[in-house]
Design a protein around this ligand. Structure first.
Ligand SMILES: CC(C)(COP(=O)(O)OP(=O)(O)OC[C@H]1O[C@@H](n2cnc3c(N)ncnc32)[C@H](O)[C@@H]1OP(=O)(O)O)[C@@H](O)C(=O)NCCC(=O)NCCS
Length: 214
């Protein structure tokens, strides 16, 4: 309870300070110091980190978006789960089964049309799960998940599929789009950089080693 009041108070003070450019520089410096101090204390050397990457409405297309189809609940479940299970077999927090799919589909604001499926030779080979956030600030979109079947990875599908996801979000009037990606996920980071995203923030998971991406 007391810890809650203290952290609420600190949060409010930080938000107030962040409105002033001079104080903001100081906060950035402080955040860096905290990162380094915590890292020093764990002594792990390298740590798991996530990038939050952002992209504002781009002026030009950098790749031709892939033709995609919207997910049809009940019809495409096995195909979608097949992609997610194969693409994220290595990821501890992205283990998918029918009950997770049902739970995510029942979440507030979920629209099946926000989940884009990419096909090749009749088979679903990838999915780009997008989300629209309209509450609060400017309307912003999210690339929640992008996954390509491993046997089709590295052939340009992912980049073009996410380009289709971005178009889907721009068409709904989003001002900017964000996503989270493991910093060690070179293929994904490169795809996002190519599409114009840049790293906005790095979030560290101290005490956890970086995920090894196959
Ligand atoms: C991330 C993912 C969607 C990218 O799709 P993809 O079709 O494999 O990627 P692309 O072929 O479009 O290539 C993307 C970039 O990675 C590069 N790349 C391809 N294979 C690579 C490899 N083995 N190692 C490093 N980079 C690689 C490509 O050259 C390209 O970079 P460039 O544009 O600078 O040349 C896909 O690999 C995937 O599903 N991975 C597992 C799930 C995942 O990590 N999802 C992202 C987090 S939500």
């Amino acid at each position: 309870m007391v810890a809650g009041w203290i952290s609420d108070g600190i949060g409010k003070s930080i938000r107030a300070l962040a409105r002033h450019p001079g104080a903001r520089r100081l906060l950035e410096r402080l955040a860096q110091e905290i990162d380094e101090a915590v890292e020093d204390r764990t002594g792990t050397g390298s740590t798991r980190s996530l990038y939050q990457m952002r992209l504002s409405r781009p002026p030009t297309k950098v790749v031709e978006p892939l033709a995609t189809m919207p997910y049809r609940p009940g019809v495409d479940d096995a195909a979608l789960l097949g992609v997610l299970q194969a693409a994220f077999a290595w990821h501890p927090e992205e283990q998918w089964d029918q009950s997770r799919l049902q739970a995510e589909s029942a979440a507030a604001g979920f629209q099946p049309s926000d989940v884009l499926l990419a096909r090749s030779e009749g088979q679903v080979v990838g999915c780009c799960w997008t989300k629209v956030h309209t509450g609060g600030e400017a309307p912003r979109g999210e690339i929640v998940i992008a996954g390509v079947r491993p046997e089709h990875a590295g052939k340009g599908f992912g980049t073009r599929m996410v380009a289709a996801g971005l178009d889907h979000l721009w068409d709904q009037g989003m001002d900017w789009v964000y996503l989270y990606v493991e910093s060690s996920n070179l293929r994904a980071v490169r795809a996002y950089l190519r599409l114009g995203f840049s790293v906005y923030r790095t979030e560290h998971r101290f005490g956890e080693p970086p995920l090894v991406i196959p």
